[in-house]
Design a protein around this ligand. Structure first.
Ligand code: ZN
Length: 510
């Protein structure tokens, strides 16, 4: 029995979408062996639990652990640092082939350290598609890193079996370009393909392995509607129901992804998924920039949730997702960094601040997003997206002791008006450097710059050492291949346009 008391100048017990978030001044949370047993005024709990070790001096803002609802890894060795500058997703994604390889354990440790430092205690981790031997090694090492550092994870491996280079027929696209270039592209594509049976076999084994581990959820992940054929999508829906597993997939991240379905089906991908029985409370989307009003209604009716990834959508020219419209319909929304934070780090606090400022549509008749809503997205919203449900996301008796202490004096130095709502100040100003202490499952995993479960400096040294060797030739070949394909991919989409003629479109509502 390891009992501790966490004390805060403010303690956010539960974020509320309607602005009625539960906040206690000079409050405390008592946890025992990883589960919260009581919350209330510090003076009261201090009298009731005398001698309990107390974390926090009463000068911190105590919040539930934040939840990153969509992420892929990389972090410290980001695509940008590997030479993959921002650009439109359809060509950017292939330039990702030219990233230098890095041991998945070190890669995960790099990103997990950054995320813990920003108060993140649970992550929706979507591993990139690849050949079976590679995805198995990567998954095992990634999950090992999560276990070693102590972060909660909803883990999935992306699966795709079509539209490898453009949204449409891969062979027809390759037949339309120079045969020598097509041959190289075909070899590259073939090296990333996996049979669905192999994918499911490995995913099922992972799911069995982590059944008893309440810090790990294994999910299914068709990478996106356009990347998986409808027969397999239907199978994934069936497997999800029969095995009680969640599904996480990218959804209309760019306008081309919506146009792909509209061109072949005359309806949106969300509408198709609905017909395939692939929507529901166990299903979450990432992005959703180009959702229509009807799509949003379907999501609300079926309980399908979504991760909002504002930085990534800006960096990859995807647009701005219609988040206020989602919230208006009570669609559950989480928030994620998608390995592409606005400053190329994994600072979820910063992502929250960006989202707060991004959703301020012109016109007094339009509602802007509130600090309460942002905090709800980063906690309770994320708990639903990641399928952990009510076990995390709030500080209440019975929930997991995932708790973050943020230095209030740092956020407000040197003065704060007494009538500024504390939640407004928190979401507007807190960044990762303000995080003091992070507790997951009752264990302090980060305290005043130090990680308790791992040797940060040793991990940084190992990453530097691995990347100090000369860049492998294959990396340059992959970069060259992506660059040569670039104009052909742009040409493929030349006449893919939305009906409206705006030159500066931010989302797909119509
Ligand atoms: Zn993503």
């Amino acid at each position: 029995m390891v009992r501790t008391m966490i004390r805060g100048k403010y303690v956010l017990l539960k974020a509320d979408l309607e602005g009625n978030s539960e906040l206690i001044e000079d409050g405390a949370v008592v946890q025992d062996s990883g589960t919260i047993i009581e919350t209330g005024p510090y003076s009261e709990l201090n009298g009731k639990y005398p001698g309990t070790k107390t974390i926090g001096t009463g000068e911190q803002f105590v919040i539930p652990g934040l939840i990153n609802a969509h992420h892929h890894g990389r972090g410290i060795a980001s695509g940008l640092l590997m030479g993959q500058t921002d650009g439109h997703l359809e060509t950017w994604i292939h330039r990702g082939w030219g990233k230098r390889p890095l041991d998945p354990y070190l890669m995960s440790m790099g990103t997990l350290m950054q995320q813990i430092q920003s108060g993140t205690t649970t992550i929706m981790f979507n591993q990139t598609a690849g050949p079976v031997s590679q995805i198995q090694t990567e998954a095992n090492k990634t999950l090992q890193a999560f276990g070693d550092i102590g972060v909660r994870v909803a883990f999935s491996i992306a699966f795709r079996n079509q539209s490898f280079l453009v949204y449409g027929d891969t062979d027809a696209f390759l037949d339309s370009i120079d045969p020598e270039l097509a041959g190289r592209a075909r070899d590259k594509v073939n090296s990333t393909v996996i049979d669905f049976e192999e994918y499911w076999d490995f995913t099922k084994k992972l799911n069995d392995r982590y059944q008893e581990n309440d810090k790990v959820k294994i999910l299914l992940s068709p990478q996106a509607y356009h990347w998986v054929d409808e027969k397999t999508l239907g199978e994934i829906g069936d497997l999800s129901r029969s095995n009680n597993m969640g599904i996480h997939l990218h959804m209309v991240e760019t306008m081309y992804q919506r146009l792909y379905s509209e061109r072949i089906n005359n309806e949106t991908p969300v509408s198709r998924l609905n017909k395939l029985g692939m929507l529901g409370p166990e299903v979450s989307f990432a992005h959703g920039v180009w959702l229509t009003q009807d799509d949003l209604d379907l999501m609300a009716a079926t309980g399908t949730s979504i991760s909002h990834n504002p930085s990534s959508n800006l960096r990859l020219s995807s647009g701005i997702a219609p988040v206020t419209e989602m919230l208006k319909r009570k669609v559950v929304v989480g928030i994620g960094t998608d390995s592409a934070g606005i400053n190329d780090n994994d600072d979820l606090l910063q992502e929250m601040g960006l989202a707060l400022r991004l959703h301020r549509p012109p016109g007094h008749y339009n509602k802007s997003i509130s600090a309460d809503e942002i905090l709800h997205m980063a906690t309770i919203g994320g708990s639903k997206v990641t399928t952990f449900g009510e076990s995390i996301g709030t500080l209440e008796a019975g929930t997991k002791a995932d708790i973050v202490l943020i230095d209030w004096n740092r956020i407000t130095r040197s003065y704060i008006s007494e009538d500024l709502p504390p939640l407004e100040a928190l979401v507007s100003r807190a960044r990762k450097d303000d995080v003091q202490t992070v507790m997951i499952d009752g264990d302090v995993v980060y305290d005043n710059g130090l990680f308790t479960n791992i040797d940060r400096d040793k991990i940084y040294e190992e990453i530097s050492l691995e990347l100090s060797s000369p860049t492998p030739t294959a990396v340059f070949e992959d970069r060259d291949l992506a660059n040569q394909l670039d104009p052909h991919i742009r040409e493929y989409y030349a006449d893919w346009k939305l009906e409206s003629d705006q030159s500066y479109q931010f989302n797909g509502l119509n």
